[in-house]
Design a binder for this molecule. Sequence first.
Ligand code: DC
Length: 245
Amino acid sequence: MEKILVSYQEKLPSETIRPADAEKLAVVTIDGPAGAGKSTVSRILAERLRFDYVDTGAMYRVVAVRAKDSHIDPHDDGALERLCRQLDISFQRDGEEWRVFESGEDLTATIRAPEISMLASKTSARPAVRAAMTELQRRLGQKGRAVFEGRDMGTVVFPKAAAKLFLIADIQSRSERRFLELKDSSGNLTLDRVAADMKQRDHNDQTRPVAPLRPPEDALIVDSTNLTINQVVEKMLDFINKKMN
Ligand code: DC
């Protein structure tokens, strides 16, 4: 298995990396609600641009898995902060796929369980968790040449990103997409349950006081409801090329 990019780790640096430091970096951000196709599109964009790809949702999901393992109350900021500072998260590319590890354990499948999705939505709203992840993400971003996928990449983490994208789709197509992804691994899942969970998570993500999900002012907003993946990618590449040249 080829290990490229992201092995970042251990103690967070003592000095905080400020957004201004991210200026002029060749960073592309892609934000938007769950199920709009962000991950698929981000991976293709990264490949076409020959950039690294960072799935920041996976980072928040790893926090949720480890909080659950350690029986941490999702509202206990102190315990969550200590947890985040101990995490050793890394991504490894495995063909088309990106695998995510924490302290050497492969959590790629574990982080996708519906229970973890819901827990991640709660723990990712906690200021202590957001501060720790933001810092790690900015540290990674200093290398440049990366596509960062998440909810607050263009608004908070990289306000000076070279190109910002925001991908949306209607709730029906987003839930159908997520249902198809999950139905093999989660036997008793129904489309209604996926849609209800998704609405709840949209609400959590959009109404949290810290870094709520919203489009950056200078983003290209793309609605994937009636577009193919290729059409979405081409629109975005066109925008990125204009922004970066
Ligand atoms: O994109 P995802 O569904 O894998 O994200 C998992 C959770 O983490 C989701 O509730 C939103 C949250 N998240 C976030 O708050 N900020 C990010 N940059 C990425 C994800």
